[in-house]
Design a protein around this ligand. Sequence first.
Ligand code: PBE
Length: 302
Amino acid sequence: MRKKIRLFIPVVLTLLVLLSGCSTKVPKYQAKKALGPQINYTITGIDAGAGIMASTQKALSAYGLAKDNWQLQTSSTAAMTSTLDKAIRHKQPIVITGWQPHWMFTKYPIKFLKDPKHVYGKSESIHTIVRKGLKQDQPTAYEMLDRFYWTPAEMSQVMIQVNNGKDPQKAAQQWLKANPKKVQQWTKGLKKVSGKPTLKLTYVAWDSEIASTNVVAEVLRGLGYKVTIQAMEMQPMWASIATNVADAQVAAWLPTTSAKFYSDYKGQFVDLGANLKGARVGLAVPKYMTNINSIEDLLKNK
Ligand code: PBE
């Protein structure tokens, strides 16, 4: 008897959890109804400091969405992608702040919304930004950083490994081992430095920047440097380069996403140009939201 009860309790509890889950479930996406009320006029965003959040605030006013009750919810990349995951499993409506390169576009069937007013810019590049004086102080590191350039597909290979749980440094080491031609391009003719000079790279812990920063750090270590990498918010990252506290960052999404910091710190850093071209930033929705293809489609009377 006792044994039976012991078995019974977990079964009942599981059923209760399942049932309560059913009753609170957000309905599936209803293509024939206005989208706003289905999701409380809410765009699911990421961390407050991100450029995509500032751009989305601009989009809210540029497209008249703010007047239409729309709001942007601050969270984090991890929280946003898990909310997206849940919505997609239940075919629920959702609007997120999305960008590429990122594994969200390979893992989930999502699409960018058209941005006819180009609030998010047409296309973004990721630039390498170094401190003033690095060229004189550490010409080898400067040269390598100046050459560093890869494609969204290459960056994604590292990002996916990290998303699958691999340690970022290990993922970077393995990628470099598998891509000797790239390493060759970035380091050809550069002599290993002696005396283990130190270098500090700063970054924001977005998946893309975790990948690129670790790859660059490993290459510089191979050239004889003692490299530390430090994650921080976007504003301190730009400040760290401007005040010579750090040597370089490879995380500047331009011309739109990091525009504020680029102009705030203008003249206090050296822009080595794009290390990746073809990045993209905007709003995104699951592909099953077939009626929603442009930011303008979020409006009530659309
Ligand atoms: N992101 C990813 C960043 C840049 C890299 C698009 C989330 C942002 O500032 O919005």
